[in-house]
Design a protein around this ligand. Structure first.
Ligand code: BV8
Length: 234
């Protein structure tokens, strides 16, 4: 089979699981402990901003000391050594891909390390807790700071750039995602429409496995480095 010339990789919470970050929908996952409507929607934030800040402050604090794993490093190696077009799109809001060296990277659901001002749109690195009584460092307004995270019902970031990459790719790879949340879950159809081959790399088959032309199941720290080695070997 001809080697790929343009790869788009989509990652989800499963790629960070072996680094110690909870996934969402596995047993004991994040959504089994809290109702996403209360903490990951604009309505939830309007109803109880303290609860939402506490939810994200706890997750931000939970990132301290967390390190990228072999799967993150393998994707950064693929970006460096693969001669063709490459784009990594992550649904994750942790910074493990950057810490592993990935550069051509889009955080379509935002970044936990950033604050966003609901008044002026200012976004910046914010490593402490966020709360309702903090003033925005750009416009000074109080009570408008939120995590720079895309909630349900909000438009994910850089969708034009993502769809353009999908339209031009000949290989789409989904790593560690249950394929439950749209529009990310629809990327495979965009890639297939572009004539791309599609590969699922996941711990176990997902509901969407049959939509992929190929699938490899196992732990990300094992199957992702092995797959990257194979792609780079040509
Ligand atoms: C929007 C916030 C509209 C950040 C998240 C059709 C089209 C468009 C929208 C919709 C649609 N149908 C429904 C919708 C609405 C909704 C949606 O998709 N709902 C679902 C529940 C049906 N989508 C939206 O609201 C999106 N916005 O559509 O806006 C719009 C239009 C115009 C103008 C304005 C607006 C916004 C979606 C983003 C929501 N934000 N998170 C945060 O708090 O983190 S989503 C949340 O789910 C996370 O971002 C997460 O990344 C994402 C997906 O979850 P996964 O990453 O896949 O994680 P999961 O736990 O599910 O799976 C883990 C996988 O890893 C498993 O497969 C497991 O087997 C595997 N695994 C585990 N361990 C390992 C492993 N694999 C390998 N190795 C291991 N060791």
């Amino acid at each position: 089979m001809r080697p790929p010339s343009s790869i788009v990789v989509l990652t989800g919470a499963g790629i960070s699981a072996e680094s110690g970050i909870d996934t969402f929908r596995d047993t004991d996952g994040i959504w089994s402990k809290v109702d996403f409507r209360e903490v990951a929607t604009p309505e939830g934030f309007a109803a109880d901003p303290h609860k939402v800040h506490a939810f994200y402050n706890q997750r931000r604090a939970g990132l301290k000391g967390i390190k990228p794993n072999a799967a993150h490093f393998a994707l950064a190696r693929l970006e460096r050594e693969f001669g063709g077009a490459f784009l990594l799109v992550t649904q994750n809001i942790d910074h493990l891909h950057e810490q592993a060296g990935s550069e051509r990277l889009i955080h379509m659901h935002g970044e936990l390390a950033n604050s966003l001002c609901g008044n002026c749109g200012d976004r910046r690195l914010w490593d402490g807790d966020l709360s309702t009584d903090l003033p925005c460092r750009a416009c000074g307004s109080r009570g408008r700071l939120r995590p720079d995270v895309v909630w349900f019902g909000e438009m994910p970031y850089q969708m034009e750039r993502i769809y353009a990459a999908l339209a031009g790719c000949d290989l789409f790879v989904a790593v560690g995602t249950s394929g439950t949340v749209y529009p990310a879950a629809g990327f495979i159809e965009e890639a297939r429409a572009a004539g791309a081959r599609t590969l699922e790399l996941n711990l176990e088959p997902t509901e969407g496995t049959s939509r992929f032309s190929d699938a490899i199941h196992g732990k990300a720290t094992e199957i992702v480095p092995a797959w990257v080695e194979k792609v780079l070997a040509g």
